[in-house]
Design a protein around this ligand. Structure first.
Ligand code: DC
Length: 232
């Protein structure tokens, strides 16, 4: 897998943001990267891309060798809100419920995780990287200077997803969303490799009753303490 990124290989500071679906980590990671002027790694998008290509190419979701070979050969470009894979625009496809479910399956395979590990690490470029996922602090960037684990109750997470989809004009059932989210949580937390869990040195933030700005303010305070950002 090749993910295009700016030139240069110096070590850069990393802030990892891990947590379950709907915890708000995608939004928080995006805003944080923008505020800091740092790069953003949306690692979930990589698993979604592998899943979308597998569905498209009819590769069985348990064929670890074929999935890993395909993942290793992909050329991915992230630009603003666009996700381009081998020249094809997959921005919308990778967000569908079918791809969400398939992504959780392919992400459970160690061969697939290995195939994309180096591409993820290569995203660590100056001036810094905000890495969003499930195992950013535990496996991909264990040396990160600041590790956040963002959580929220399953009900609130399902409700957030419901509102997101409703705002896009899609009709969905809240109950179905809650069930599929709980299934994915169980799979992500229960898998043998890189299960979803807070790193030992992670700061756990429960966003159930917090606004986006409140979460960002807490992370900013922690980043200041670690000299990762300038005080304003
Ligand atoms: O964050 P997301 O919903 O876009 O992630 C899609 C799937 O990929 C989800 O089932 C969890 C999995 N994933 C993972 O196993 N490890 C990561 N670092 C990121 C996502």
């Amino acid at each position: 897998m090749k993910v295009s990124h700016p030139e240069g290989n110096e070590i850069a500071p990393v802030i990892t943001i891990d947590g379950p679906s709907g915890s708000g980590k995608g939004t928080i990671a995006g805003l944080l990267a923008k505020n800091l002027g740092w790069h953003l790694l949306d690692s979930g998008a990589l698993y979604r891309i592998v899943a979308a290509r597998a569905l498209d190419l009819d590769i069985a979701l348990d064929d670890a060798a074929a999935l890993a070979a395909m993942a290793g050969s992909l050329s991915i470009r992230f630009a603003e809100d666009l996700v381009e894979v081998d020249g094809q625009d997959l921005t919308l496809v990778i967000r569908t419920e079918a791809v969400s479910a398939a992504a959780s399956e392919v992400a459970a395979l160690p061969e697939v995780r290995d195939a994309i590990l180096q591409a993820q690490r290569a995203m660590c470029q100056p001036p810094g990287l905000v890495a969003d996922g499930r195992d950013m602090g535990t496996v991909v960037f264990p040396g990160a200077r600041l590790k956040i684990y963002l959580d929220a109750s399953a009900e609130v997470r399902a409700e957030r997803r419901y509102n997101q989809l409703k705002n896009k004009g899609l009709s969905v059932s809240l109950r179905a969303l809650l069930t599929s989210l709980q299934e994915r949580d169980a799979r992500d937390k229960g898998r043998a490799v890189s299960p979803l869990e807070p790193a030992k040195d992670a700061l756990v933030i429960d966003s159930t009753d917090l606004s986006i700005d409140e979460v960002l303010a807490r992370i900013h305070t922690e980043a200041l303490k670690r000299d990762l950002v300038d005080g304003v």
